[in-house]
Write a protein that binds this ligand. Sequence first.
Ligand code: 5RP
Length: 221
Amino acid sequence: MTQDELKALVGRAALDHVVPGSVVGVGTGSTVNHFIDALATIKDRIAGAVSSSVKSTERLQAHGIPVLDAATIERIPVYIDGADEIDGRGCMIKGGGAALTREKIVADLAERFVCIVDASKRVEVLGRFPLPVEVIPMAAAQISRHFAAMYGGRAVLRAGVVTDNGNHLLDVHGLRITDPFGMETEVSQWPGVVTVGIFARHRARICLLGTEQGVSTLTFD
Ligand code: 5RP
């Protein structure tokens, strides 16, 4: 199977985790696009969606799925999203699609995060994928210096990218994230960091992993 076929497989499998009659949290990316297309087939059985990006909102609306304002939602049962990497505890690197801030906001509304990925995203230690960090533009150089001094990371500005929130993105190379909780806490405190793409506090509780043998379900505490 191609990587895209594996993404489609887990995108469809995620329908089993949608709670009938509820509002569904929807992530961003090529895997989630398959989920959105599958969600359209049961759109009459959900109350709508809360979206994590302009792109996902447009795709949901094109299917006639109502998109609700996250600011009006107090709690949703489930948030379904992809990841760039996921480790053995369900901690993830996210933000390859530049949507990490809204993704973390919607994940925070959810009782559980269901991660949908192809098997290539499962890693032992996070960090091979450059860590995305959304930053206020005037702080980018100083944040890059902090990464170099504290973690030996090399931050590169993602050229030409402005997030849905009007900010810039750094991609930090050369990290080996053995303590995702600690690094998420530390980096989140640096002035000008909007969101760091480590999802440890908002880690996945369930991961649907697309493999050649089919969908494997991993669960985390
Ligand atoms: C977007 C993300 C995506 O979930 C992540 O980049 C994975 O994307 P894809 O499903 O296209 O491989 O975090 O900000």
